[in-house]
Design a binder for this molecule. Structure first.
Ligand code: ADP
Length: 505
């Protein structure tokens, strides 16, 4: 249409003009002074579903959706009063199916124009635009609900205008500030950042904002709360950039991590204390072991002397003085013997672990075969029945593991009830460790003593009832601990005992 003259002549042709009207995508209406439709373009069929013939002769108001009618009638008063002026409104019109669609309607009063004497209305379908607007409302609503649902303080920073809109309950709840007031205040946040963190925080943020194509920023720093205290926060934001990559907006959320930080600090402190305590324990254990070794080793010599002279004394003077003297000699010899046994036990205990590094593959099935050869006599005497499951091959200190089983099986044979002993041994591989158990049907142990029996020289029985010094289980415990394992007992008096231990892989 470069040439207006051509255009004019085109319009001047009534036929052409009609073609134009009939093919517009909008609904074009002419209504007479009585507001009756005298002409409507065929677009009415596509947009509203009505045939042209169905609408001709109808009053304009009949096409309008009831709920919007009052509003339009009021507007129509102005149209009447303002000939030649166009009025535009968004309203709903009926569809043939009984629903409605949104249109943008433009109306002009041309009552005074000869040949027209009525109203010209143009109705454009704006369903899509309305849907988009609704979508926007929905997504805004979703954003607001999401802001409510999270405990974080939500912020939306217009970087160019340097304005921040704050939403959500988090700001008030965690930091004591009203989000609306805070949104009005320039530099609100920067003024709250802890002075020791400010420079580093800004540098890091600028690094992400201006020196890279990053779209995400996060940081941990402190901010001043309304109550005057500082809170540790985890702040993170999503950066929106323009086509050139310049940051224009950043939307983010601030999380209060003070409690987490305090818990972490406490944990670190507790760990340090624990480590110190463990170190002290290791030192004192080493010292104790050294002491036990030196004491037992050095005590042996004078004791041997006492013992042998007592033996000589006994040999020479027994039955030569009187009965009381004989008794004294007996007590002294017996005491020296017991002391010797205790010292040897102590020495043995202190020696566990002196060869700790020699770990080899140990086939537990073979180890137990050797062990039961050793116990052959005791098994025969007690009439014991031994049940051994297929056991794994483990990596361990063979001598120590042998000693461990020797003590446990020895006890199971020793602490039997009136019934012949039944001893069952099983073992299995677990995640990171092996679990073994020695079960017996012996006299059992009162749960009150479950801990005590593993302490060195602690016994539950008189030496006349059951022989022993109370070192066996203490040695077992030490061996198991050397293998990063654990040992414990499950038992009931009269119902037998089960000793469990683990060996770390
Ligand atoms: P000891 O056998 O020399 O007394 P242990 O350290 O081996 O020393 O055992 C400590 C105590 O635990 C024993 O005195 C005994 O009372 C109890 N005990 C150990 N093994 C068993 C068992 N299999 N059944 C019942 N009691 C047991």
């Amino acid at each position: 249409m470069e040439n207006p003259a051509v255009n004019d002549s085109f319009i001047a042709n009534a036929q052409n003009f009609r073609v134009l009207l009939e093919n517009t995508t909008d609904i074009i209406i002419h209504a007479n002074a009585q507001r009756e439709i005298t002409y409507i373009s065929p677009a009415v069929k596509r947009i509203m579903g009505f045939e042209v013939t169905e609408t001709i002769g109808k009053r304009l108001r009949e096409l309008v959706y009831e709920e919007d009618l009052a509003k339009l009638l009021a507007e129509f008063e102005r149209v009447l009063a303002s000939p030649g002026i166009t009025f535009t409104n968004e309203y709903r019109v009926k569809t043939k199916q009984g629903g409605f669609i949104w249109v943008e309607g433009t109306i002009i009063n041309l009552m005074q124009v000869k040949g027209v004497e009525g109203f010209i209305i143009n109705q454009r379908d704006i369903t899509e635009k309305k849907e988009k607007a609704q979508e926007l409302i929905n997504s805004n609503e979703r954003f607001l609900y999401a802001a409510k649902a999270t405990d974080d303080a939500i912020w939306d920073w217009d970087i160019e205008a340097d304005e921040v809109v704050r939403t959500g309950d988090g700001l008030k709840k965690h930091f004591g500030y009203d989000p609306v007031d805070a949104s009005k205040e320039k530099e609100f946040w920067i003024n709250k950042v802890h002075p020791d963190d400010l420079q580093r925080m800004i540098a890091k943020r600028n690094q992400v904002l201006y020196h890279s194509g990053e779209s995400y920023w996060d940081d941990e720093y402190r901010i001043l709360k309304a109550d005057g205290k500082f809170a540790y926060i985890y702040d993170k934001g999503y950066i929106i950039r323009d086509k050139e990559g310049k940051p224009i907006r950043m939307i983010g959320a601030t999380q209060n991590i003070t409690q987490r930080r305090e818990a972490e600090a406490l944990l670190v402190e507790l760990n340090t204390r624990l480590k110190k305590r463990a170190d002290e324990l290791v030192t004192s254990n080493i010292e104790l072991e050294r002491f036990a070794y030196v004491a037992s080793h050095d005590l042996q010599e004078p004791l041997r002397m006492v013992s042998s002279f007592l033996q000589l004394f006994k040999k020479k003077y027994q039955g030569q003085i009187d009965e009381t003297a004989d008794q004294y000699i007996h007590f002294a010899v017996d005491g020296a013997e017991r002391m010797k046994k205790l010292i040897l036990d102590l020495l043995e205990y202190s020696r566990v672990g002196s060869n700790r590094d020699i770990h080899t593959a140990v086939d537990m099935n073979e180890l137990l075969k050797d062990l039961f050869d050793l116990f052959e006599k005791a098994i025969e005497e007690t009439g014991a029945r031994i049940i051994i499951q297929q056991l794994p091959v483990i990596k361990a200190n063979k001598t120590q593991v042998f000693q461990l089983f020797q003590n446990l099986v020895g006890n199971a044979l020793k602490y039997h009830s009136d019934l012949p002993p039944v001893i069952k041994i099983d073992g299995k591989e677990e995640a990171g460790q092996y679990l073994f158990a020695v079960h017996d049907n012996g006299i059992g142990i009162d749960p009150a003593f479950f801990e005590k029996i593993f302490v060195i020289f602690q016994r539950l029985h008189n030496k006349n009832d059951y022989k022993g010094t109370g070192i066996g289980l203490a040695i077992c415990k030490k061996i198991v601990e050397r293998h990063d394992g654990r040992i414990w007992v499950e038992s009931q008096p009269g119902k037998g005992s089960s000793f469990y231990f683990t060996i770390s892989k």
